[in-house]
Design a protein around this ligand. Structure first.
Ligand SMILES: NC(=O)C1=CN([C@@H]2O[C@H](COP(=O)(O)OP(=O)(O)OC[C@H]3O[C@@H](n4cnc5c(N)ncnc54)[C@H](OP(=O)(O)O)[C@@H]3O)[C@@H](O)[C@H]2O)[C@@H](O)CC1
Ligand SMILES: [K+]
Length: 567
């Protein structure tokens, strides 16, 4: 199966191209691995199985060339559409994507291939051969002389020379970029280390400056394949043809942005070998939810179920200036399918919100003091007859906040979701290190700023390696972590990682996090485990956000409450 992970706004869209036409669906089993794992897989295939490197490179070259042809034809269809020439459009689609297209439709294309000295460069040269045979003009631009090339790259360069494919050596030969229609970046792949240097760095800068569409072999040169962090300089691509298995760094920003549309294609690594590799993580699709997490995405309900079957969520949230947070979280829990929800809130707030959500029960706590140590004990008493506690949205900061949260953390014998202000209280009190480790399921849902406070690092450090940090944190503290932001990362305490595929930039709006907390708590109440509830929760939250955004004139107009209505 060929999977396509398409960048649309901040979302991650998976296309399955195995069927007829392109159906944009979040389907397929998409796992990602590190660059070290990929190198091991390459080596095992070559050395243990005996499949020559040249075969893998041949497959890689053919896959890259096919994607370039596809890209060129897509561009033509786009242009034709604008000109309204429907018949020509149909003709192009008829010949696409099966086999090599009519060379006439590609003769004006002239692609420049940037060739590095490693095997990534070899892939680029192999691609050049297939492109020439498809009717395109191609020029190779070598970063280094032959003496520095890997054995495979040298072999490919010799073949290209015999075929008369034009080539230049960077720094020695003049080159007019104006003649080209596109660029293949085959400078650096999984063997890349640190900031691109020397000729490679100059070639990256110049390629970006041309404004031409860039297609990357395997990864964009300058992206950290494991974290998605950018080195300097870094290719800014239109498409990245990822070879063999999706690389972890392409799932996270800013690497995901530099990569553009990511297409994952097989290069002939035997499935048996690939199956032995423990993935670094999974992209959340329906299949992954079902296969890896045992979640039924259809959310079927028992025909003889009653409200007690689906659990009772208790939300401890809200303050006089942030009353909406508790309402949003509680209502989202109900819409997520729990049977009942109770909102524990400061007594003074209760009269102002009574009746706002008729399905919701209110439990005023804390007397005239509001939130404090005494309120915590009332919350724990309420929890005796409820299934899940979510704490934090709109809570604010208050005296006795550490004692309040510690009482809940150590005293709640039920699944607990900790969000927003409760995360900051947890960080300020040093609770993760000092308090008793919880036995029941615990989910923390920080955004990058809250994560930074919890981990004692800067926000920039969190964002530099979201996958690595989330995994290490969940493992160390035995909790399930939902690290929010584009491509939300869910890390389970056993070290498994899931990257969310749904959502829209419109969801960057106040209250959206409170809604997520409610959805996750609602799933926990229905009996899902912490990692099931967290992963399925972020998936549902994003889907609902997409639907809600589509109903508005602009995604920018999305309100958190709209997300709840689309659950
Ligand atoms: N393995 C296989 O058999 C197969 C591999 N395939 C393909 O090959 C890719 C991996 O190939 P690879 O291992 O040769 O590494 P690759 O990234 O091409 O080059 C690294 C070279 O660049 C250099 N260099 C490093 N960092 C640098 C920097 N910052 N700035 C400047 N230079 C830098 C470094 O040399 P150094 O500077 O250390 O002397 C090193 O020699 C993989 O992504 C895939 O596309 C498959 O398609 C088929 C089978
Ligand atoms: K590359």
């Amino acid at each position: 199966m060929i999977d396509k992970v398409r960048n649309m706004g901040n979302g991650l869209h998976v296309e399955d191209r195995s069927g007829k036409g392109n159906r944009s669906r979040r389907r397929g089993v998409l796992q990602f691995i590190s660059s070290a794992q990929m190198r091991t897989l390459d080596e095992q295939t070559i050395q243990e199985i005996g499949l020559p490197a040249a075969v893998l490179i041949e497959n890689a070259g053919r896959a890259i060339a096919a994607e370039v042809v596809r890209f060129c034809l897509d561009q033509k269809v786009h242009k034709v559409n604008r000109g309204g020439q429907g018949r020509l459009q149909r003709r192009i689609w008829d010949e696409y994507p099966n086999g090599v297209s009519n060379p006439n439709s590609l003769e004006l294309e002239h692609w420049l291939v940037l060739v590095g000295k490693g095997n990534n460069g070899a892939d680029g040269i192999a691609a050049a051969r297939y492109l020439v045979d498809s009717g395109l003009c191609v020029t190779l631009l070598y970063a280094t002389s032959e003496q520095e090339m890997s054995i495979e790259t040298l072999a490919q360069a010799a073949i290209a020379q015999k075929l008369g494919i034009p080539s230049k050596l960077y720094g020695r030969d003049d080159l007019a970029y104006g003649q080209f229609t596109g660029i293949i970046d085959a400078l650096l792949g999984t063997g890349s280390r640190g900031n691109p240097r020397g000729n490679v760095a100059e070639m990256i800068d110049q390629a970006n400056l041309t404004g031409l569409p860039i297609m990357c072999a395997d990864i964009p040169s300058g992206v950290d394949a494991d974290t998605g962090a950018l080195y300097h300089p870094c290719i800014q691509a239109r498409v990245t043809l990822c070879l063999g298995v999706l690389k972890a760094g392409l799932t996270q920003y800013p690497g995901a942005h530099a990569a553009g549309t990511v297409v994952v294609r097989s290069i002939g690594i035997p499935a048996k070998l690939a199956a032995n590799v423990k993935p670094a993580g999974f992209v959340l699709t329906d299949e992954i939810l079902e296969r890896e997490l045992g979640v039924d995405p259809a959310r079927l309900r028992d025909s003889d179920g009653h409200k007690g079957t689906y659990g009772h969520v208790l939300v401890a949230a809200g303050s006089s200036t942030m009353s909406g947070a508790g309402l949003l979280a509680s209502k989202a829990a109900l819409r997520a399918g729990c049977g009942l929800a109770t909102w524990a809130l400061p007594e003074a707030l209760a009269p102002h919100v009574a009746g706002a959500v008729p399905e919701l029960m209110l439990a005023p706590v804390g007397g005239s003091m509001g939130w404090g140590a005494a309120a915590a004990h009332e919350v724990l008493r309420l929890l005796e007859t409820r299934d899940v506690l979510a704490v934090g949205p709109g809570l604010g900061r208050f005296e006795e906040e550490g004692a309040f949260l510690r009482a809940l953390w150590e005293g709640a014998p039920r699944p607990l979701v900790v969000d927003a202000d409760a995360l900051n209280i947890l960080a300020a009190a040093g609770g993760l290190a000092a308090w008793k480790r919880r036995e029941s399921a615990t989910i923390l849902t920080p955004h990058p700023g809250e994560m930074a406070r919890l981990a004692g690092v800067s926000t920039a450090e969190v964002q530099r390696d979201r996958l690595g940090l989330a995994r290490a944190f969940a493992l160390e503290h035995g909790i399930t972590l939902v690290l929010k932001g584009s491509r939300t990362v869910v890390a389970a305490p056993d070290g498994r990682i899931f990257v969310n595929t749904t959502g829209t930039p419109g969801m960057a709006t106040g209250g959206a996090g409170d809604v997520l907390t409610g959805i996750i708590a609602g799933q926990l109440a229905q009996g899902l485990s912490a990692e099931q509830a967290a992963a399925f929760g972020v998936h549902l939250h994003g889907l609902a956000g997409e639907r809600a955004a589509a109903l508005r004139n602009s995604p920018a107009s999305l309100l958190a409450g709209d997300i709840i209505e689309q659950l």
